[in-house]
Structures are given as structure tokens and as C-alpha cells.
Design a protein around this ligand. Structure first.
Ligand code: COA
Length: 151
């Protein structure tokens, strides 16, 4: 599947609407359009969209940067388009954008094998556990760090 990754701005309302819709399909506590728009416009906020050959959103990644540290909030790919390296393309574009960051972190649900597999493939390692980090349903979070060492 041909994909292009684009950094989304607060003005890209059509893309932000598609991202909001896709998130609703993918996760239990979805962000609103306004939250995505705020993130895209905020200093340090990162919203990346994977676009197919028609320019439609097939996946997205949100993250934030503060000084030398970056945190990935979420990565999601359309259910019909998974296992076609779209998540990988988003992660690779994010890592290129944050090359100069000294620390990159994320949290992931302990049961989310697909996401954990994706992050491991791209150089993230589990460095800690956050007990009952998630709600709906309640679940532990695994803290992962890019290029980190296990503790
Ligand atoms: C996690 C997610 C973004 C992966 O996207 P994707 O485009 O399917 O991922 P890719 O095709 O780039 O896969 C890259 C690697 O991730 C791992 N992976 C992806 N899906 C997997 C699965 N279902 N089971 C196990 N490993 C998986 C594999 O190591 C894979 O490499 P491989 O294809 O060479 O085996 C996608 O499954 C998704 O949207 N899940 C729902 C939302 C979500 O849970 N997001 C994470 C929140 S922190």
C-alpha cells in the first residue's frame, strides 16, 4: 500500500476530521476534533497522518515534545489496513522528526501485543510498569523508551 506521511497543522481541518473519525473506530476513549486540532497547533505538539494514494487518512500518530524529550500519545491504523507497514511508516517519520531528542517515551496497554510488537521493532524497550495506568478497562501500562535499557 502506497503511503505518504504528512505533519498535520491546525488548519488541515479535513485531515483532522478524518483522524477524529479513525480514532473513534480504534480506541475506547477517543479524543475530540478540538483536542486533535489543539495538539496540531500547540508548540511541541505533533500530529502525523499516513495518507493513501487518494489522500485519505489510513493512520495517524500523536506525540509531544518538551525540550529534549518526546512522548508518543497514540498510534492507530485503520482496521482494514493493518499489517501493511503503515504503523511502521508513521513511527519512522516520527523518529526522523525527533532525531535530536535525547529521550523518547510511550505507554502502552500491557495486553496490546500489536502495538508492543510495533514499538519493539522500532527500537523501543520496556523500562517500567505503571500499575492500573489505564481505565475502561482498568489495565497496567508498560512504559517503553526508545533505545532504552531494561530495568
Ligand atoms: C498497533 C498498530 C498501530 C500497528 O499498525 P500496523 O500498520 O498494523 O503495523 P505494521 O504493519 O507497521 O507492523 C509493524 C510490526 O508491528 C508488529 N505487529 C503489528 N501488528 C501485530 C499484531 N497484530 N500482532 C503482533 N505483532 C504485530 C509486528 O512486529 C510488525 O512487524 P511485521 O509485520 O514485520 O511482523 C495497529 O494494530 C492499531 O492501530 N492498533 C489499534 C490502536 C492501538 O492499539 N494503538 C496503540 C496505542 S499505544
Amino acid at each position: 500500500m502506497m503511503q505518504r506521511v504528512k505533519q498535520v497543522t491546525a488548519e488541515d481541518t479535513a485531515l483532522l476530521e478524518q483522524i477524529t473519525e479513525l480514532e473513534r473506530l480504534c480506541i475506547p476513549n477517543p479524543w475530540s476534533f478540538e483536542m486533535f486540532q489543539l495538539e496540531a497547533g500547540r508548540t511541541g505538539g505533533i500530529v502525523l497522518a499516513a495518507l493513501d494514494e487518494n489522500g485519505d487518512v489510513s493512520g495517524f500518530l500523536t506525540a509531544q515534545r518538551v525540550a529534549d524529550t518526546a512522548d508518543i500519545n497514540n498510534v492507530a491504523v485503520h482496521p482494514d489496513k493493518r499489517r501493511h507497514s503503515i504503523g511502521s511508516a508513521l513511527l519512522a517519520a516520527f523518529l526522523e522528526l525527533t532525531q535530536d531528542c535525547t529521550q523518547i517515551f510511550l505507554e502502552v496497554r500491557a495486553s496490546n501485543e500489536a502495538a508492543i510488537g510495533l514499538y519493539k521493532k522500532h527500537g523501543f524497550l520496556a523500562v517500567g510498569m505503571r500499575k492500573r495506568y489505564y481505565t475502561n478497562p482498568v489495565e497496567d501500562g508498560i512504559l517503553m523508551q526508545y533505545g532504552g535499557t531494561t530495568c
